[in-house]
Design a protein around this ligand. Structure first.
Ligand code: ZN
Length: 209
């Protein structure tokens, strides 16, 4: 039995990484690693809590929380995917902390006052960072706001803070209009936010005494 358990744990190790470097988006992460009908992330979390797979808990909690409050508290779920009082409380608190961090940090990296230093390298006279001549304040703020909305996602009460920012978040049809240099600056800053978020997972989900 202990061999079977060890083998199973080895299979999931890559999907529930213990460190930030393991959080490789090209990898199969979370419940996607399980074959057959994909289990609900709540069921995976329940299993890990019961089996005391402590190293996998930060990621398992994140996979539960990222889908938002409706998924956390879905009353139609099977008993195996229904979270107990304590697990639900930890998951909800963590979700709220991560969402708050996501909104605050994204606001900072998108709306930071575009002073002289920030504008260095900006490669387009039409870039909202530069407040292009002829553009109204509303247009400039709107371009920032649309980028902010794309990064933080539209699902109410959910989070995507650990997701890598793709170029599509800044596509023309997304109304971003930021130049390539400024897009890259935002991506670099966002990668740092991901790292910060990862580091606080054990704390926000109450896994650290
Ligand atoms: Zn720019």
């Amino acid at each position: 039995m202990s061999n079977v358990r060890a083998q199973l744990l080895e299979t999931i190790r890559g999907a529930y990484p213990e460190d930030f470097e393991g959080l490789d988006p090209s990898r199969t992460l979370g419940e996607n690693v399980f074959g057959g009908p994909k289990p609900h992330p709540n069921a995976v979390l329940n299993l890990f809590v019961r089996q005391d797979v402590t190293w996998a808990l930060p990621m398992a909690y994140y996979m539960v929380a990222r889908r938002g409050v409706d998924s956390l508290m879905d009353s139609r779920l099977s008993p195996s995917a229904t979270l107990s009082g304590n697990t639900l409380r930890c998951a909800t608190r963590g979700l709220m902390a991560l969402r708050e961090m996501e909104l605050k940090e994204t606001h900072r990296i998108v709306f930071t006052p575009k002073d002289a230093t920030n504008r260095v390298g900006c490669s387009s006279t039409q870039c909202p960072s530069k407040h292009p001549k002829g553009a109204s304040d509303a247009e400039v703020v709107g371009a920032h706001q649309r980028t902010f909305d794309r990064i933080t996602g539209s699902t109410v009460g959910a989070t995507r803070i650990l997701q890598v920012l793709r170029a599509s978040e800044f596509a023309e049809d997304a109304g971003s209009k930021f130049c390539q240099v400024c897009v890259e600056k935002i991506q670099v800053a966002h990668a740092e936010v991901r790292r910060k978020a990862w580091a606080v997972l054990p704390e926000v989900f109450g896994l650290r005494a």
